[in-house]
Design a protein around this ligand. Structure first.
Ligand code: ZN
Length: 127
């Protein structure tokens, strides 16, 4: 990204789903390290014209473009997910005891993520 005659990388990148013949859509987000301005760079490739499009947004415009594109958000570089229901990103295991009549009969392992998704991956039965 460019501002104040300097080139720097984005703090985060939003990967967006294809829409209306537009593909490879992404939104780059950064703070200019020189002037500290909040910036966004929206990029897509237009299959009809065969051309790349890029547009910079600043300050209040950043929040406006973010709220406009939020519905198409698939995932971000920093790991926020919007649409995937299975655990995604940083996943850890969670073990739960299976009790029957007050007795532990097995362990159920779940894969969990930071977004509250949880799927059972393995059930270990003692009996
Ligand atoms: Zn700047």
């Amino acid at each position: 990204m460019r501002h104040c005659n300097s080139v720097f990388s984005a703090n985060d990148i939003w990967f967006l789903q294809d829409r209306d013949g537009l593909t490879k859509r992404s939104l780059y987000l950064a703070l200019c390290p020189i002037c500290n301005k909040n910036m966004a760079l929206y990029v897509h490739f237009d299959l009809k014209t065969n051309e790349w499009y890029e547009k910079y947004y600043y300050s209040g415009g950043v929040e406006r473009i973010k709220s406009r594109l939020k519905k198409d958000l698939l995932y971000t570089k920093l790991g926020f997910k919007n649409k995937f229901r299975a655990p995604w990103g940083f996943v850890w295991g969670d073990n739960r005891e299976i009790k029957r009549k007050g007795k532990i009969t097995g362990i159920k392992q779940y894969a969990c993520d930071f977004f509250g998704n949880k799927i059972p991956v393995k059930i270990i039965q003692n009996e």
